[in-house]
Design a protein around this ligand. Structure first.
Ligand code: PGA
Length: 248
C-alpha cells in the first residue's frame, strides 16, 4: 500500500441505534489507537447516524452512510440528501453498492449523479464496482468494471477523481465466503487505476468476504488500499482485529 489505508465497515441493514451505541462503546478506544496508521469509517443505516455522531464525538473514527440522493431537497419521499448527511457529520458515503444496483435498480447514471453531489457537499464517495459471476466466467471482468468506473467518474475532473474512494467488490465474493484471490484483485484494481486520469492517487479498496484471515494478504498487495467490510465488521472486536492484522 502506498496510500494511507482505509477500512470501511458496511453494516448494511443491521443494528438499531442502541446496538450502534453498544458497538461504539466496544470499538472506539481500540480503533482510536489505530487511526494514526489507518482511516476508519463506520457506514451505518440512516437511523444510526445521529447515534454515531453523539457516541463517536471524542473519536477520529469517521461516520459513513450507505446511500444518498443527488437532489438537495424537494418532493422525493423516502430519500436522504447530501446536505442532510453533512449536517449529521457524515464524512463518507457508499454509492452504487451491488445490492442497491441489483435490488433497488440503481443505475450507472444515478451513481454518477450521487458521486458528483457528494463531492460538491464535501462528503467522500465510496463508489462500488464489480462483476457478476457470469461476467467473470465469460472473461468480462475488465469490460464490466471499467465501464462502471467510466460511467461513475468519467465526467469528473482528474483532481476530483483523486479525492474519491473506489471499492472493487466482485459480486460473487460478497457475503459468499469466497473472497477473490489477492493477486487477481490487485490486477483488477491496477486496471481501474489506469482507466481514467486522476485515479492513480485515489484510494481503492477490496471488498467481498474480507475477514481476519485474508485481510493482510489483500492489503499487502501494491494497489489495494484497504477494505470495505460487511459481515466481518458487524462485531466490534473482530473489525478491530481485522484492521490490526494489516498494520503489523
Ligand atoms: P461482505 O460484504 O464482507 O459480507 O462480503 C462486503 C460488502 O458488501 O460491502
Amino acid at each position: 500500500m502506498n496510500r494511507k489505508p482505509l477500512f470501511a465497515a458496511n453494516w448494511k441493514m443491521h443494528k438499531t441505534p442502541p446496538q450502534a451505541a453498544e458497538y461504539v462503546s466496544l470499538f472506539w478506544g481500540a480503533a482510536e489507537a489505530l487511526v494514526p496508521r489507518a482511516d476508519i469509517v463506520l457506514c451505518a443505516p440512516f437511523v444510526d447516524l445521529e447515534t454515531l455522531r453523539l457516541e463517536l464525538a471524542p473519536s477520529s473514527v469517521k461516520i459513513g452512510a450507505q446511500d444518498c440522493y443527488y437532489e438537495k431537497e424537494g418532493a422525493f419521499t423516502g430519500e436522504v440528501s447530501v446536505p442532510m448527511l453533512a449536517a449529521l457529520g457524515v464524512a463518507y458515503c457508499i454509492v452504487g453498492h451491488s445490492e442497491r444496483r441489483r435490488l433497488f435498480a440503481e443505475t450507472d447514471e444515478a451513481v454518477a449523479r450521487k458521486t458528483a453531489a457528494l463531492l460538491a457537499g464535501q462528503i467522500t464517495p465510496i463508489v462500488c464496482v464489480g462483476e457478476s459471476l457470469e461476467e467473470k466466467q465469460q472473461d468480462l471482468t475488465v469490460q464490466r468494471v471499467s465501464s462502471q468506473v467510466r460511467a461513475a467518474l468519467g465526467d469528473l475532473k482528474a483532481e476530483e477523481r483523486g479525492k474519491i474512494v473506489i471499492a472493487y467488490e466482485p459480486i460473487w465474493a460478497i457475503g459468499s465466503g469466497l473472497a477473490d484471490d489477492p493477486a487477481s484483485a490487485n490486477a483488477t484494481i491496477a486496471m481501474i487505476r489506469a482507466t481514467l486520469e486522476g485515479l492513480q492517487s485515489a484510494r481503492i479498496l477490496y471488498g467481498g468476504s474480507m475477514n481476519v484471515s485474508n485481510c493482510a494478504a489483500f492489503c499487502a498487495q501494491q494497489e489495494i488500499d484497504g477494505g470495505l467490510v460487511g459481515s466481518a465488521s458487524l462485531d466490534a472486536r473482530t473489525f478491530v482485529q481485522l484492521i490490526k492484522s494489516t498494520l503489523a
